[in-house]
Design a protein around this ligand. Sequence first.
Ligand code: NOJ
Length: 958
Amino acid sequence: MIAKLSTPRATLSLIVLLVWAVMVSAMKKEDFKTCSQSGFCQRNRAYADEVLSHGNDFYSPYTLLQDTIQFNQDNTKGSHIKADIENTDTKVIFTLDVTLLQDNTARVQVNEKSPLRPRYADHARYTLQQDPTAVNPLKLDKNTKTGAVTLTLDDSRKLVITSQPFKMDFMVNDVPIISLNDRGFFNFEHLRTKDTHTPKMIKQTNSEGVMEEKEAESEGSMWEETFKTWTDPKPNGPESIGLDISFHGFSHVYGIPEHASSLSLKETRGGDNAYTDPYRLYNTDVFEYALDSPTSLYGAVPFMIAHRKDISAGVFWMNPSETWVDITKDRSDQKNGIHKILDFGKKGGDGDRTTTQTHWISEAGVLDLFVFFGPTVKDVLRQYTGLTGAPAMPQMFAIGYHQCRWNYINEKDVLDVDSKFDDNDFPYDVIWLDIEYTDEKKYFTWDQAKFPNPIDMEMKLDHKGRQLVVIIDPHIKRAHNYRTCDEAIKEKHFVQQPSGGDYEAWCWPGQSSWIDFFNPNAREWWKKQLSFEKFDGTRENVHLWNDMNEPAIFNGPEITMQKEMIHHDNWEHRVLHNLYSLLSHGTSSDGMRERTSIQKRPFVLARGFYSGVQRYGPVWTGDNMANWESLTYSNPMVLTNGMGGVPFSGSDIPGFFNNPSSELLVRWYQNGIFHPFFRGHAHIDTKRREPYLVDEPYRTITRAAIRQRYALLPYWYTLFYNTYQDGTPISRPMFVEFPQDENLFATEDQFMVGEAIMVKPVTAEGATTTDVYFAGDQPWYDMETHERTLHTGFKTVDAPLEKIPVYYRGGFIIPRRERIRRSSSAMKLDPFTLVIALDRKSNAQGTLYIDDGETYDFQQGSYAHTAFNYNRGTLSCASLHHDLNSSSATTFAEAMKQLRIERIHILGIKKTPSRIQLVSDNNEAHSLAFDYDDTKASLTIRDPAASVTQCGWSIVVE
Ligand code: NOJ
């Protein structure tokens, strides 16, 4: 590569790359803070330790003041319970505001009553989709003796607020499932000035045995904090918030992405195999991130789900500042005797007396917490995405295969790769351009020497129904005569330094500034930059990749922005750090949607993310390694994203850094086809590894895997529609489908895609067999051979290189398209194959969703949503359209009526039918041809030609 870089520009690129390589390759674990190096985390952990050291004698100083309790009932806006809370040690008063929201959700907000200056509380308008709808409790009781307030939501759910000490219990059937401040870790650091602050003193015996008083260690970080060479001036002093949240009777909690950790979250303060640090949520660019670690990565979603056999519940800690979460498990729960109240065995509980205790610690802002009552995991995810927004419905191409590399070097290279996919009969939808396509990393420009005619290139791709994604990062090169930079300086769109003036630091282009997406004018301006007029060389089949939006800053502390930098309205970066990722992604996504008069669903991939990201587009697991461990971890990471309300994610296939072996490449593709976002990507230093380049037999096997993804696109698209409706993850943990089976509560190496497909990816080198857990009591059918197993529990199955252990679940109908073409758009009008995987009673059900695959017309009713039902030998269909007789529904169904079923496989059918007939809606019947394979008990019906958009027909198997 070096030999080819001869121009001055190429030399500059090389310098930046080398600087980056030197900086980041020198990055180590030690370059990111541990809790003890983060002042507020250390203070809150120390506070928790002190509380625990007092045992039962500890009394939280926070008291709800009885005479301040107000119940503002409003039948239209819902009611609020408001009260003051006093810290009886410091006498500082806080306001408590509790609201019940629709769909079994409660909100708890605490702020300082008279802060020295406002605390950041503007996060909700960016994070939530809209103002949540409050509802009234059925009943409100105040116990005059104890002062406890009880809000009754319905027959089974209650919320009890205790005054002294302040505590909240969320109860189901009179038993607490979630408690706040149960352990007394609630700690709200009020704003203060240094001269009015009374430092905390501790008594200590010195070396001469004399007792002396000195400032507690935690005091040191209150007004200034140094980490490595960085000093955070902390002009506002301490302002953190800590709270313990207990999940009673739950052994497993999930979520709070993003970490390279297990699906069932680990303990962080003692316990088997525990981490020593809390899980951290602070978006940052960690080079060659460690696996099995609570270290923060690119994204942060402070949403956690607890699950046990009989119930699931969740909490959303809506705070975008740096956050840490400690997890411990109390296996006896002796303290409050809850195990005595909970008769798990009798009530169908999980027989487990473990309480998972969590401790949430944020650096700044206010306490704004949502509690979700469930009762199922799917309910909790619907409740959370009901607040933070429905996952976006992508265009069809977005769920096909994406081919990326840092970098395709010029137009010829792009078109060459494009045609090699065709020559080798590999389907793919999108080719990507990384940073080198630009003129010296000046985003919104093209390197004219390498890409003289981007529009031509894009048209050639378009001709084959293919798309191009280009990268645009949120840092803008400081350069003269660069329009984007000049305008942003002039119009003050950049993040500011505390002393005034644009913040400047280093990223890919060298000296850069960062767009302040909190400034509404900057957002409007950014959106315009994405228009075809401004972004030269782009047309409708060009889409976006927002990388480095944590924001990543090469010479910043922990590779990100100094916390004292200033955003719009004078807010410190500290208070909103994790939101930066969301706003950059969201603004780009809005801009891409607004490019055209007939709006198309935008495609914008981002690396950094925060709660609400699901509204904007996919994310990926960042710069992983081409090794078996990283492949293994891609599964819990993608599943955890789903459990965090981020269903559209995937990993770089087959590992970003280093060169994969052919076997690893194959296994990663076989696994990656079952992740919602499916993209091959590679670091600039790696060898070319487009999937058609690998030797035989690997090439044929990889091709078969990618084609399997394309065959299942109708099923995937239907799942995307389902998650758009209710937030259920697409690739989901086994326990989401089998919530009663405790064996599956920590399973992360096997997962479900939707309700109907189970995958056990092979992630071990050299493996030729693997152990699959067959859950439930219905049959499973091998996707490739259609062979049925009635086994339940673990079974060792053959898994030679060419085999992906994937199974259809008995009782479900799966739509497929078997005519694999060069891209998803080429398959748009192809007929379907239905796979009917029978349950033990010979029944099955499934759905198919279809729309134009591009626009928002589906929101006006232009779609078909069809339910198939196979019952007692008859397959019928019915529309699930929400307004079946509307003209948009009928027009769409009529226009698409030629979309037909060309083949039906019925799996698990016990005997050869004597006759199969298609009965049309006017009762005309004609016989259909079929084949029966008695060794596999599988029937194939040939060309029934039934429409999938116009029901009324039935197929009768006699
Ligand atoms: C970091 C991203 O994670 C990676 O995917 C990309 O290739 C490089 N930045 C260069 O843009």
